[in-house]
Design a protein around this ligand. Structure first.
Ligand code: HEC
Ligand code: HEC
Length: 259
């Protein structure tokens, strides 16, 4: 009988001990996963990035310091294939095919984020246009982005061979990250300038103007390039048509007089 009591007591004690220690060991597992990701990211970084950005991310003459740029900048730059850059020459690092898997990008991002605090990768809830205000987004886009990216995000040339790319087909996550981090010649729009809600509205606007579903309410959209192309169209075809009608009327009256 005594042996049974001891056994039961022992069981209760070990169960209690487990309950006390289990939560901490889960938290520990999280931090180990995090430091593992940083370790792996550091290795990837040493191979693909250190030659330009320096062994500790401090920067060299071939690339800027990455301390404090944050995980969002890495996810954007590597996810859109801009990084690793082929050379540090040229007016603007072009987009190309991304050569890393998303898991590797996350590891690189974890490593860069460990060097200094910066914007983190947005969650789907943050960048999804669900429930956003498209009209408000259009207004914000025209005041903040249209001077470079054109009225419906078709892109445009900037000075010295630089350009603002077309935003058609850019993933919602990358649009959000571009606003957070301001790649190359684009200014950044932190939450103090454009709130999370504002960013969502802009993404919803771009989604609406670039999807096939929405028809242009004004009829023929003429490439969506804005008032200059539309004005030119009106000038040539509208005014041209009026002149043609005037000539035709004049020719008929002249003929009528003769006969
Ligand atoms: C050939 C040199 C080169 C290589 C290799 C390279 N980079 Fe870059 N990187 C640059 C240059 C140059 C810029 C600055 C571009 C600009 O702003 O005009 C840059 C910019 C960046 C930025 C943006 C910094 C900011 O201020 O927002 C990030 C993030 C970045 N690189 C990450 C990486 C990662 C991660 C790798 C490795 C996978 C990598 N780079 C490899 C040259 C390089
Ligand atoms: C001063 C001009 C300028 C303004 C204003 C500007 N951008 Fe940009 N944007 C650029 C340039 C230049 C690039 C290309 C950067 C690069 O290649 O690294 C760019 C790149 C982007 C990209 C990445 C596109 C891709 O193909 O991966 C997105 C998304 C973007 N901009 C969205 C916006 C939004 C949204 C706004 C307004 C909130 C905005 N931009 C305001 C100049 C601008």
């Amino acid at each position: 009988m005594a042996a049974l009591v001891v056994l039961l007591l022992a069981l209760v004690c070990s169960g209690g001990l487990y309950a006390v220690f289990a939560p901490t060991s889960k938290a520990e597992a999280d931090t180990t996963a995090q430091s593992l990701a940083i370790e792996e990211g550091k290795k990837l970084y040493a191979v693909g990035c250190a030659s330009c950005h320096g062994t500790g991310g401090q920067g060299t003459s071939d690339g800027p310091s990455l301390v404090g740029v944050g995980a969002a900048a890495v996810d954007f730059q590597v996810g859109t294939g801009r990084m690793p850059a082929a050379t540090s020459q040229g007016p603007q690092v072009p987009e190309k095919k991304n050569i890393y898997s998303q898991a590797e990008i996350d590891q690189l991002a974890a490593y860069i984020a460990s060097l200094g605090a910066g914007p983190s990768i947005p969650t789907e809830e943050q960048y999804s246009p669900e429930g956003a205000d498209i009209a408000k987004g259009g207004e914000l886009f025209r005041t903040n982005c249209a001077q470079c990216h054109n009225f419906t995000g078709k892109g445009g040339a900037l000075t010295h061979g630089k350009y603002a790319p077309s935003l058609e087909g850019v993933s919602q996550k990358h649009i959000y990250e571009a606003m957070q981090t301001g790649p190359q010649n684009m200014p950044s729009f932190p939450d103090t300038t454009l709130t999370e809600k504002n960013k969502k509205d802009i993404i919803a606007y771009l989604d609406a103007v670039n999807s096939e579903k929405t028809e242009s309410p004004g009829g023929l959209e003429l490439g969506g390039l804005g008032p200059v192309s539309e004005g030119l169209f009106g000038w040539i075809f509208g005014l041209g048509g009026l002149i043609a009608v005037a000539v035709w009327v004049a020719a008929r009256t002249a003929k009528a007089k003769k006969s």
